[in-house]
Design a protein around this ligand. Structure first.
Ligand SMILES: C[S@@+](CC[C@H](N)C(=O)[O-])C[C@H]1O[C@@H](n2cnc3c(N)ncnc32)[C@H](O)[C@@H]1O
Length: 392
């Protein structure tokens, strides 16, 4: 066993460790068990044809073996969940229907079947099937009757103020997540980040009985949650420790968070410093402007701009107020003279980027970044909306 603050990893079979955990102690469980799909098929990795062989742990058994295996660990997990706790299990058709049957037999209540649609699936070489581009994740709660934990508002916020659906379009695991080596079936951090935000609060505890490279643990610790992982292969245990070690480096930690939050459809916020009187005038007019061009201190139109949905105005990091843009992802270029007609007195440039926002309603947000920190300078910055929600 190896421990870090909020991170405990057992090198063992989960069947031996789960019974030792206290009853009613877990807020959530994420399990990525063997899918039993390493049966000699072919696939593509980095442009090359490869045999589907994830390792001995993933080799197929008889349907009866797969059923008994899933039933056993799911049965051990249930009493360990808090009464309002939930479990997430990922899979494909090879194992997921067996998992669903076991869950129902054991008294769990199924809440959703999430379809994770990979935005960049490898091609199907045989050309005899539709391309496989999805994995399924069953979300279930401990009991039929007790309501479960769900951070509905956080999910809605992250989805640009629309109800999040059960289809999640996320890319497969990226190079930036493999800096310590890779696991053959590593899950993307973005997927676990969403699962953990949806079903736990800060300080909560998550178990992963099939830890692999501990993606669950890394996402949990980045979000201020506790992690218990179990992995039986030494190679993957060591990989997990190396990944966790990276989090001790604040710069690497921040880089991981920045990458996780850069998803193709997540809303972004323009964070803009303006002195007090100017901020007030901007709010009165519903107009926020920034110097166009790329001289020091100005906004550069970087990726994320097209997903911009909010503007957050502040003065030296104080008096933060957030508003919704009138039209998502759009801006106009105005001349200095045009701004002057609206009562502004811009001094630094001939042209400005202008954003129109709804000044009648302030948008509440939960987390206030320290806008004086080096990472969030006084200058205009595009930040993911998740910087302001979900983590109190
Ligand atoms: C599908 S992988 C998990 C990958 C992981 N989600 C990640 O992101 O790296 C399943 C892992 O469970 C491990 N495993 C299989 N059976 C196990 C058992 N009975 N107890 C503990 N670990 C087990 C395998 O060695 C493998 O690393």
């Amino acid at each position: 066993m190896q421990t870090f603050p909020n991170f405990t990893l057992h090198l063992a079979d989960c069947i031996d460790i789960i019974p030792q955990l206290p009853d009613n102690s877990l807020d959530a469980i994420f399990a990525d068990p063997p899918y039993f799909l390493s049966n000699g098929g072919i696939s593509v990795q980095s442009g090359k044809q490869v045999c589907v062989d994830k390792g001995d742990w993933d080799k197929g058994g008889t349907p009866e073996y797969i059923y008994n295996f899933n039933r056993r660990w799911l049965e051990l997990c249930r009493p360990k969940l808090k009464d309002n706790g939930t479990i997430w299990i990922s899979g494909t058709y090879h194992n997921i229907f067996t998992v669903q049957r076991c869950l129902q037999e054991l008294g769990y209540k199924i809440l959703n079947i999430i379809t994770w649609q990979k935005t960049d699936p490898p091609p199907n070489l045989s050309c005899r099937y539709f391309n496989f581009s999805t994995e399924l994740i069953i979300w279930a709660r401990k009991s039929e009757k007790v309501p479960h934990k769900f951070n509905y508002e956080v999910m809605r916020h992250l989805n640009g103020d629309k109800q999040m659906t059960d289809v999640w379009r996320l890319p497969a695991v990226g190079k930036w997540e493999k800096t310590c080596g890779k696991h053959p079936t590593q899950k993307p951090l973005r997927l676990l980040y969403r699962i953990i935000l949806a079903s736990t609060d800060e300080g909560g505890t998550i178990l992963d009985p099939f830890a692999g490279s501990s993606t669950t643990g890394i996402a949990a610790n980045l979000l201020g949650r506790n992690y218990i992982g179990i992995e039986k292969e030494k190679e993957f245990f060591d990989l997990s420790i190396a990944r966790r070690n990276e989090l001790e480096d604040n710069e690497k930690r921040q880089k991981l968070l920045d990458n996780i939050r850069k998803t193709e459809n997540s809303a972004t916020v323009l964070v803009n410093h303006a002195r007090k009187e100017l901020r007030e005038l901007m709010i009165e007019k519903g107009i926020c402007y920034l110097r166009a061009g790329d001289s020091k201190g100005s906004l550069q139109v970087t990726p994320g701009f097209e997903r911009m949905k909010y503007v957050l105005l502040h003065t030296n990091g104080e008096n933060c107020q957030m508003f919704k843009l009138k039209k998502e992802g759009t801006f106009q270029i105005w001349t200095k003279e045009n701004l002057e007609k609206y009562g502004f007195s811009p001094e630094h440039s001939t042209h400005y980027i202008v954003l129109h926002f709804d000044n009648t309603k302030e948008v509440g947000f939960e987390k206030q970044l320290n806008l004086k920190q080096k990472i969030n300078t006084y200058r205009a910055k595009i930040r993911p909306l998740s910087d302001f929600v979900g983590i109190m």
